[in-house]
Design a protein around this ligand. Sequence first.
Ligand code: ATP
Ligand code: FE2
Length: 325
Amino acid sequence: MICLGIESTAHTAGIGIVNEKGEVLANEKDTFTTEEGGMIPRELAEHHAEKFPTVLKNAFEKANLKWKDIDIISYSAGPGMGPALSVGATLARLLALLHNKPLVAVNHCVAHIEIGKEKTGCKDPLVVYASGGNSQIIGYETGKYRVYGETLDIGIGNLLDSFGRQMGLGFPAGPIIDKMYSEAKNYIELPYSVKGMDLNFSGLLTSAKQKIGKVDEKDLAYSLMHTGFAMLTEVTERALAHTEKKEVLLVGGVAASKALQKMINEMCKERGVKMFVCPTPLAVDNGAMISWTGILMFKAGRKTEIEKATTNQKFRTDLEEINWV
Ligand code: ATP
Ligand code: FE2
């Protein structure tokens, strides 16, 4: 069984082709970028509409396959930006009709988790989903991926990028700050905001922005990242205590951060928990994760009728029924 998956929730127009063994045969993409790093929904939609034909062609060439080899089509149904989501969903419906293939609508966040599990071999992890737009602590419990804690305002990646933009670091700033992290010398006190199991990053962002130009740049960038990651780690640790899970899985673009990996791993070691990190090309937004989840869902009897193949900008992780775990 081979699935072609379409990703278009935000900046990435991605097509992945994956087989039943979880082998990634192609994972092609074209990512929207701007100098400022802002995402305007209409511009995203235009970008995706323009780039998808080439991305699709490249995916078939990379996988060395033809349409007759594809068994299922899956697409990211949300969460994400409406106009961008619509381009992917429309493409999915069109291709399904044209080539007479079954269609599966996939939750983007669930796809981040499933590809991470598949590629690291962990079984029942507590998931730290840390990306630009999302920051959630998630675990499987009775038919759902439950969200134990999450950001109440911006994602941890947006925190880093927005601060970096103001400091003139370029976009995305996450990887640049991650490098600066090990070179800093002093911690500068910044607001730390954990509310029960949830997080607030905007106070931290405002305070750090106000200090730009008044303190050492490296120290400030380090302190911002350190504070944000410490907040994530605290909530992760509490969720581990509550769920008694023995594995932690890092997914999303920020999972690539060496600083985050180190901090979470130290906490895990103290608790006798094993940490897993999704490999970067599959941890960021990509089509292969949508394909793989499409296969898992289809094998569990899930199929989306063309008429019902819509999108949902607010398709939360815990809205999806998980009948394949
Ligand atoms: P989602 O739609 O799931 O929220 P996204 O659109 O934010 O995802 P991703 O590719 O998952 O996209 O994540 C991008 C984020 O990851 C950016 O904010 C970027 O700064 C951050 N990032 C990437 N590499 C690193 C790194 N090494 N250290 C810290 N942050 C990083
Ligand atoms: Fe994502």
